[in-house]
Structure formats: structure tokens, C-alpha cells
Write a protein that binds this ligand. Structure first.
Ligand code: C5P
Length: 242
């Protein structure tokens, strides 16, 4: 493929100019960071696996009518996506207490929450992605109430669908992070799911043993990180080897 102009490099991905106007190429790196870059490492093969896993999940979500930025996978590490105006929010969905929620509120990890909880974080590395409320989001104009309503409705549908999909392969979807973008079609604007859905931004626990099959293995130095990502891909049926 011809070399493309690089538009943005993030911690785990690079965005290149796409072949047609309104498209981008999203490249998945093996680089892993935790604590907003405080810990850095490489998870060999992660980019390839996340590209496949995210493709699979975005396509399944498309099948049930969730609009996404995903167009098609181009090769082992790249996918073609629609260029969207990224809303500077991380939408975190929690079904089971873990990570920062468990720590902040003193709830033991693994406690099933009374209901699904959605949290918002302002995407800003220099501020360490602070948690924000709907009030901050609308007051500072990061998203309007209508945008937020759309994001919440889509988020709940994604959670219901993915929770069921993972239950079917013996995995508990503990929590995950979504990002959304605005897609302009003429004068019409739609909110669509953007970024990626992979073990980098989901907590996935084996339903029987609670073994962690996600990036917490890297964050917490639990070892067998590559194997965990592979296990998720195998269970999703997207790796030929058993
Ligand atoms: O760390 P915390 O418990 O708040 O993370 C909640 C969920 O959001 C986890 O699944 C984590 O992988 C994801 N997350 C993310 N990117 C961040 C922060 C959290 O993907 N910057």
C-alpha cells in the first residue's frame, strides 16, 4: 500500500489519511500503556488481535443497527474507518465493580452492581482524563443534551448486546470504555461509535474462574498478557487455531 500521511499518533493506534475523502486508516500498534503513560510496554501481537477483535465486535454491533465508524479491515494491523469529529469524552460502562470504581468507593472488586452505571471522563491526557458530570459536559459544550441522550441510548444497547455475546463464550463483561464521534452527512449529523472495542478497553473475566482476560494483566503485572488476548479471540471464533 502507498505510504499515507500520518494525522495522529495515540498510545495504541495511529491514524493515517484514508484513500477517499471522509475516510481514515486506523493502525493498531503493539504498544501498551497504563496509568496515562506512566507504565509503558509492548504486548507482542496485540495490534493484530485488537484489529481482529474490534472488527468482529463492530460488525456484530452494526448487524443490530448500531452505527459505527468501521468500514472494513484492510490487513493485519489496519482498518478503514469513517472520519468523524471525536467527542472528547470517554464513556465508561460498569456492570461489576472493578478498577477505579472499586478503589474510589471502597467496593470489593467483583461485586455485581445494583444496576449498570455509566460514567464520563474528559479526554485530556495532561489532566489525566478527569471524571466529569453531565453538567460539565453540557456547560463546556463538549456535547449537548441531545448528543448525550444518543450516546447513552447507544451505550446501553452496546452493553446489553456485548454482555450477552460474552456470556455465550464464558466471559463476564465487567466494564468497558466507549468513544463516540459526530458523522456529518450533508446537513444531517449522527452520533456513531468510534475508536475500538478490545481487551485494551474492556474488562473481561472468565465466567467460571474470574481469571482476567484483558489489559489488567499488563497493568497489574499478572503475566500471560498475549495469551489472554489470544484466548478472547479464540473464544470469539476469530482465530483458526484452538
Ligand atoms: O480504570 P477504570 O476502572 O476507570 O476503567 C474502567 C474501564 O474503562 C476499563 O475497562 C478500562 O479498560 C477502560 N478504560 C479505557 N481507557 C481509559 C480509562 C479506562 O479504556 N483511559
Amino acid at each position: 500500500m502507498a505510504r499515507r500521511r500520518q494525522l495522529y499518533e495515540g498510545k495504541a493506534k495511529i491514524l493515517f489519511e484514508g484513500p477517499e475523502p471522509g475516510t481514515l486508516v486506523q493502525y493498531f500498534k503493539d504498544d501498551a500503556t497504563a496509568g496515562n503513560g506512566a507504565k509503558k510496554g509492548i504486548i507482542t501481537g496485540k495490534g493484530v488481535l485488537n484489529n481482529r477483535i474490534s472488527e468482529h465486535l463492530m460488525l456484530r454491533l452494526h448487524d443490530i443497527g448500531i452505527p459505527t465508524h468501521f468500514i472494513r479491515r484492510l490487513n493485519m494491523r489496519e482498518q478503514l474507518i469513517r472520519e468523524v469529529e471525536i467527542i472528547p469524552l470517554e464513556v465508561v460502562v460498569r456492570n461489576v465493580a472493578a478498577g477505579s470504581l472499586a478503589k474510589r468507593l471502597g467496593i470489593p472488586e467483583g461485586t455485581r452492581l445494583p444496576r449498570t452505571i455509566i460514567e464520563y471522563y474528559y479526554k485530556n491526557d495532561s489532566l489525566n482524563d478527569p471524571m466529569v458530570s453531565e453538567e460539565h459536559i453540557t456547560a463546556f459544550g463538549w456535547a449537548c443534551t441531545n448528543d448525550l441522550d444518543d450516546m447513552v441510548a447507544l451505550t446501553m444497547r452496546v452493553n446489553d448486546f456485548l454482555s450477552g455475546l460474552f456470556v455465550g463464550i464464558g466471559i463476564t463483561l465487567v466494564d468497558f470504555k466507549l468513544e463516540f464521534g459526530r458523522l456529518w452527512e450533508g446537513e444531517e449529523m449522527r452520533i456513531v461509535l468510534a475508536d475500538e472495542i478490545s481487551p485494551d478497553n474492556c474488562r473481561l473475566w472468565d465466567a467460571k474462574t474470574s481469571e482476567k482476560l484483558d489489559k489488567d494483566r499488563f497493568r497489574r503485572d499478572l503475566g500471560r498478557v498475549e495469551e489472554a488476548y489470544q484466548e478472547v479471540a479464540w473464544r470469539l471464533g476469530i482465530l483458526p487455531e484452538a
